[in-house]
Write a protein that binds this ligand. Structure first.
Ligand code: AMP
Length: 450
């Protein structure tokens, strides 16, 4: 993959510099090396509050630089304490043994590694004075226990493995100064409730808590009030700022694989990330694509960690062209310049739709998200649109036009809606245009040029 292009386009409406945000020279020097020319909007607005020690809720589009938003101030705060063994927490107590100062909780193993790698990269000019590491399941716990000896300044963890390490006394949380919940809505969702409340009970009450996500569903907002102390709230999710084009294609039931193969052949995207809803669907779809001459790799929770790592690294490095994944790939993963995300199956949760498509169009790059819907998906896609306040024109793929029965299903889906759908601004009372067949020109700019 090419590395010679600048990392991100600078947001037009941001004039602040990283220096003006109050960041110190070892960090500024690194940001220059990484070609971070200016802070992104969430960085510009949140970093001063985080540096001032405030609790914060940060909502901003996927790929908008949230990691640096919490990581840079954490590094700066740590560098001002005498980090490592013998440093003090916010009560002035001496750190002992297997301490951790900054804890970042994330929902997936791969995200844990990615965030820890970013922090290590941001901290190179502290010359090893700040120790950061990731712990997650699926790999040997012994190695992690060894690495944790003497504690760590920043720990990025998935909740299950963190609890294992706590129960074997490899780490203690009673000196945590800063807690970050990345992908906060996921971390506060039902699947993590039990583990999260155990972890929360082991940390000091007085600490800085930071919550970041691209989506904050209503039920999560109530929970956040309990976790945070007088937080600064910054919500910058914006469709206008998005460089991601979303499209939805109606297809006949039973023709999704053919349509997917057609799109991949036709447009020769440099890479494509395809989401399905079940682990076994990954393999099944990969086999069907193979019969159509397309080599795809799969990524899901039943794969061993070394295989998961191999596949994700291959995809990030551009040596894997088509990746078929479940929602474990939906959160936070930063795949540079990923041209397209395809929803072969729709995600159950409307928030997951936003997280999935957010793997493309990151850091100001153009991106494309395609959803393939057959008549059984129509109603659910309307729910996804409604919850996310989006309204997409239904299109068809030339050569795969939908049969009449599908039209009936659209009507049925519309009748099934209890309330009329809120349309986004600007659409007024205009009816959705009749479905149109894809004009191949529309794809210009998304296809592989070579
Ligand atoms: P994140 O949302 O933290 O996953 O970041 C998305 C991508 O944007 C990553 O590849 C970051 O390296 C990159 N990035 C973050 N902040 C900036 C910035 N201020 N300028 C340029 N690229 C950035």
């Amino acid at each position: 993959m090419s590395t010679d292009t600048p990392k991100a386009t600078t947001p037009a409406n941001v004039t602040t510099t990283f220096a003006e945000l109050g960041l110190i020279s070892p960090i500024l020097a690194r940001l220059t090396e990484l070609e971070y020319l200016q802070p992104t909007p969430i960085q510009a607005q949140a970093i001063p509050s985080v540096l001032a020690g405030r609790d914060l809720i940060g909502g901003a589009n996927t790929g908008s630089g949230k990691t640096a938003t919490f990581a840079l101030p954490m590094l700066q705060q740590l560098s001002k304490q005498s980090v490592g063994k013998g440093s003090t927490n916010n009560k002035g107590t001496m750190n002992k043994g297997n301490y951790v100062s900054g804890l970042i909780l994330v929902p997936t193993r791969e995200l844990a590694k990615q965030v820890a790698d970013s922090i290590k990269s941001y901290s190179v000019h502290f010359n090893g004075a700040i120790k950061a590491m990731a712990v997650f399941g699926g790999v040997s716990v012994n190695k992690q226990m060894l690495a944790l000896r003497g504690g760590t300044d920043i720990l990025v963890a998935t909740p299950g493995r963190l609890l294992d390490l706590i129960s074997s006394n490899a780490i203690k949380l009673d000196l945590v100064n800063t807690l970050v919940l990345d992908e906060a809505d996921r971390m506060l969702s039902l699947g993590f409730t039990e583990e999260l409340s155990q972890i929360m009970a082991l940390m000091p009450k007085k600490k800085q808590t930071l919550l970041f996500s691209a989506t904050f569903p209503e039920q999560v907002q109530t929970l956040t009030q309990e976790l945070l102390n007088n937080p600064v709230e910054i919500q910058l999710q914006s469709k206008d700022a998005s460089t991601l084009v979303q499209r939805v294609f109606t297809v006949n039931k039973g023709e999704k694989t053919a349509v997917l193969a057609h799109l991949i052949h036709e447009h020769q995207w440099r890479q494509a990330l395809v989401f399905v809803n079940a682990k076994h669907h990954c393999e099944h779809l990969a086999e069907k694509l193979a019969k159509r001459g397309i080599t795809a790799e799969v990524f899901h929770g039943d794969k061993g960690q070394s295989e998961r790592t191999r596949v994700l690294e291959g995809f990030k490095a551009g040596t894997i062209d088509v990746l078929i994944a479940t929602d474990i790939a939906a959160r936070g993963l930063d795949i540079e310049k990923l041209p397209v995300v395809i929803n072969f199956n729709l995600p159950r949760s409307p928030s997951d739709y936003m997280h999935r498509i957010g793997r493309s169009g990151r850091a100001g790059e153009v991106g494309l998200a395609i959803s393939l819907i057959d008549h059984e998906d129509y109603h659910h896609f309307k729910v996804i649109e409604k919850k996310n306040k989006i309204w997409l024109e239904r299109e068809q793929v030339a050569g795969f036009e939908v049969a009449e029965i599908a039209e009936d299903s659209i009507l049925a889906a519309e009748l099934a809606e209890s309330k009329p759908m809120a349309k986004p601004e600007g659409t007024g009372k205009k009816k959705r245009k009749k479905k149109k067949t894809v004009n191949e020109d529309i794809w210009a700019g998304y296809s592989k040029p070579e």
